[in-house]
Design a protein around this ligand. Structure first.
Ligand code: BMA
Length: 336
């Protein structure tokens, strides 16, 4: 199969994050994504009555970092807590869940997990898997990470992995998601929807199917907010396969068309991070790496990926944008 021509000089749209948590790739490491040597950044039993904090979203904030963290209690119910860090590595997590106000109360909050945080204009939008007669996509917005105004749920149940693009496209807000059912089932393609106002969503289109490759044969779900580059939107996602010991989760990567992001330009045929480290293979759910946030220092192309490990820990991995984009193009399996 003919390989695409090498990318011209890559342009990344985004801010500078000079204090991005970062560690250079260890000499001799052949992989395109590498782990932080200080992992996990949040370990077991981080708060009283909490089994673990994982699958959590981080953004730069006032010279440091802030985030919304999936905090799982000893009841095994997940809630959302705000956390703060001077360096993106040492975290102080608030002991109580964030308080949602606003709305008419109908969207409710039964439980919340797998948050994403996206800055769009003056607001930080928080999306999460919201318990509302089954999982759907909950949304709130904040300017200060103290007061959170809850918005309407984006979709009917059941849906997971709601991920907002960091800018409007064609004048519309755009969200990736995975229509689902009530359980952990083989039901899992990525779709895209558009909205003029972040309340009414339509123009639902298919983006990518599960099963492009064995490692993502069961389901796929969008991870961090896509990053805009001259080669398209970089979408890091999770791909799930079935083993004789249950599901295993790994990272995948694809490039979506800039103006029509339901068109997949390139899709990497192999996983870019697999569960291998002890904190990824041992925990409440073994063999899970689940990417949730990717901070990119646009001038240097350095990317720090926050991911959940084994449904127990928060961990960090790194990659370099130009290297990752070249890797995705070089290993495009042509599956969509
Ligand atoms: C998914 C979600 C994630 C979790 C993963 C592995 O369905 O519940 O939060 O990390 O399963 O258990």
């Amino acid at each position: 199969m003919a390989q695409p021509a090498p990318a011209a000089r890559l342009r990344i749209v985004g801010d500078a994050i000079p204090n991005l948590p970062w560690e250079a790739k260890p000499a001799g490491n052949p992989d395109v994504v590498w782990r932080f040597s200080g992992n996990p950044v949040i370990g077991r039993r981080p708060l009283p009555d909490v089994t673990g904090i994982y699958n959590s979203a981080v953004v730069p904030w006032q010279g440091g970092f802030i985030g919304v963290f999936r905090t799982e209690y000893v009841t095994r119910m997940p809630y959302l807590h705000v956390g703060r860090s001077p360096d993106g590595i040492r975290w102080t997590i608030e002991p109580k869940p964030l308080a949602l106000g606003g709305g008419d109360g109908v969207s409710a909050f039964e439980y919340g997990y797998d948050p994403r945080v996206v800055k769009l204009g003056e607001w930080y939008y928080v999306l999460w898997c919201n318990g509302y007669h089954g999982p759907t996509i909950g949304m709130a917005r904040t300017k200060d990470f103290v007061a959170f105004e809850q918005l309407e749920n984006a979709f009917l149940p059941y849906n997971r992995n709601g991920v907002l693009f960091p800018r409007k496209i064609g004048g519309m807000y755009v969200m990736l998601s995975r229509p689902s059912d009530t359980g952990h089932t083989p039901f899992g393609d990525i779709f895209i929807s558009q909205s003029p106002d972040l309340e009414f969503w339509g123009r639902h289109r298919h983006v990518m199917s599960k099963g492009g490759n064995w490692w993502e044969g069961v389901k796929i779900g969008a991870g961090p907010a896509p990053i805009e580059t001259s080669e398209g939107w970089l979408m890091i996602y999770h791909g799930v396969c079935s083993t004789c010991n249950g599901f295993a989760y790994q990272f995948g990567a694809a490039l979506l068309d800039l103006e029509k992001p339901w068109i997949v330009k390139h899709r990497c045929d192999r996983a870019i991070l697999l569960p291998e480290a002890p904190y990824e293979t041992t925990g409440l759910v073994p063999n899970v790496v689940f990417p949730v946030a990717a901070l990119c220092d646009a001038p240097s192309g350095r990317i720090a990926i926050y991911y959940g490990a084994a449904d127990t820990f928060c961990a960090l991995a790194f990659c370099q944008m130009d290297e990752l984009v070249a890797y995705v193009r070089a290993h495009d399996g042509q599956k969509r």
